[in-house]
Ligand binder design. Structure first.
Ligand SMILES: Nc1ncnc2c1ncn2[C@@H]1O[C@H](COP(=O)(O)OP(=O)(O)OP(=O)(O)O)[C@@H](O)[C@H]1O
Ligand SMILES: [Mg+2]
Length: 247
């Protein structure tokens, strides 16, 4: 289980996370929605232990992330895959080498084993033909899928996806959604997905949390969110210009 207890984080004078509490069950697909700049990526980064919050606690399987030794932390991180919003591909490595990176870095497997695992992930994400290309020579949607292949290459138990379908066409988005659902059903993966894509959110989520100004405004099942009477959440999910949300 992943627990966030009263997380606060400021950068300079700006309060980015303001008392965020969430509980995500094992095997759950938990979707985070909200406007640009409300702190969604920062929540994922807090879960991954990229920084220590100013106050509050992140617990993964009951272990306090900020109190854990670097070794325990490294063990927990090994169970996690992170799909970065920007893709974060390494420009001077080929698609194949980018995907293999987490395995090479942690010296997992022989050259042949690494090639086999990477080929499998590339095929899963329809990237086989792009294996030897450089990131500068592939499309934005392909970069996203390379980032995704890299995030899942070590078969993590927890996957943090930062906008996995942004920049993808609707058919590819549906395919990524299918992959997220498949990993949940077959591998019991816990997924936390930040998205602006409400269609995708309804398709994959067990629960959806809407973040507004660094806090959780509402958290519920897709049905509960669809039928919400909260005017902020309504405005957001309907994509209306006029309403209480400050733009
Ligand atoms: N390391 C940092 N230093 C300073 N400010 C930061 C840092 N990380 C995030 N912020 C600020 O925190 C706020 C929330 O950022 P975050 O990336 O979490 O937003 P987001 O909800 O993911 O937005 P988007 O949908 O555009 O990706 C922004 O105002 C951002 O500028
Ligand atoms: Mg973000």
């Amino acid at each position: 289980m992943i627990e966030l207890h009263n997380i606060c984080k400021r950068f300079g004078s700006k309060i980015v996370l303001d008392d965020v509490s969430l509980k995500i069950e094992d095997g759950e697909t938990f979707v985070i929605i909200g406007q640009s700049g409300v702190g969604k990526t920062t929540i994922l980064r807090a879960i991954a232990g990229f920084f220590n919050p100013d106050s509050g606690e992140v617990l993964i399987d009951g272990i306090h992330m900020d109190r854990a030794t670097s070794r325990v932390k490294a063990n927990l991180r090994e169970k996690m895959g992170f799909l970065f919003q920007s893709g974060a591909l390494i420009n001077w490595l080929s698609v194949r080498e980018n995907v293999a990176l987490p395995l090479v870095e942690h010296r997992i497997g022989t050259k042949e084993e690494i090639d086999r695992i990477v080929d499998e992930k590339l095929e899963l994400l329809q990237l086989t033909d792009a294996a030897e290309k450089m990131p500068s020579d592939i499309s934005g949607g392909m970069k996203k899928r390379v980032g995704l292949a890299r995030a899942i290459v070590r078969n993590p138990r927890i996957i943090l996806y930062d906008e996995p379908t942004s920049g993808l066409d609707p058919v590819m988005s549906a395919k990524i959604d299918e992959l997220i659902i498949k990993m949940k059903n077959e591998l019991k993966v816990t997924s936390i997905v930040v998205t602006h894509d409400m269609e995708s959110a309804y398709r994959i989520a067990d629960r959806i949390a809407m973040i507004y100004k660094g806090s959780v405004l509402q958290c519920g099942t897709p049905e509960e969110i669809k039928n919400t009477t909260n005017p902020f959440v309504r405005q957001f999910i309907e994509g209306r210009l006029h309403g209480p949300i400050e733009v």
